[in-house]
Design a protein around this ligand. Structure first.
Ligand code: DQA
Length: 143
């Protein structure tokens, strides 16, 4: 079974981007960890990143068309702005798990609102790169 792992703007810079907040693992490192754990769980992961909102919308539609079991979505800053992503999440039947490295509620007030969270099955945030692995475990347990 296939799990899409979709990453939004600036996450291509993970590793060097504000490491005190986001840690020193790169997105490739995280993808490697997810692939290893997915294999153990009998899953397959498709890890992608884009700085463009519309690509994320298209990939949510694609996840549905491909019959994905779940989507792990770290929409990064679009989390807090994107009605288009919320609508896309609501438009598909595939469960979406919201993921964040940091804990947005501990940060600036503008990060406290999550459009993604309004449509997501659940949210895992604040565990650094481990947030993705915890979200994959959650996806594996979905019926
Ligand atoms: C983030 C949190 C967002 O508020 C921020 O805009 C990001 C990363 C996280 O993973 O902690 O780019 O989604």
């Amino acid at each position: 079974e296939l799990v899409y792992v979709l990453n939004g703007p600036n996450l291509n810079l993970l590793g060097t981007r504000e490491p005190e907040i986001y840690g020193s693992d790169t997105l490739d490192d995280i993808a490697g960890m997810l692939e290893d754990r997915a294999r153990e769980l009998g899953l397959e992961v498709e890890v992608r990143q884009s700085n463009h909102e519309g690509h994320l919308v298209d990939w949510l539609h694609e996840a549905q068309a491909e019959g994905a079991k779940a989507v792990l979505l770290n929409a990064a800053a679009f989390t807090h702005t994107s009605v288009a992503l919320l609508d896309a999440i609501k438009a598909i039947r595939v469960p979406v798990i919201e993921v964040h490295l940091s804990s947005p509620h501990k940060r600036e007030p503008f990060r406290h609102k999550s459009y993604v969270g309004m449509g997501a099955h659940g949210t895992i945030a604040g565990f650094g790169a481990q947030s993705y692995l915890l979200a994959l475990e959650a996806a594996a347990r979905l019926a």
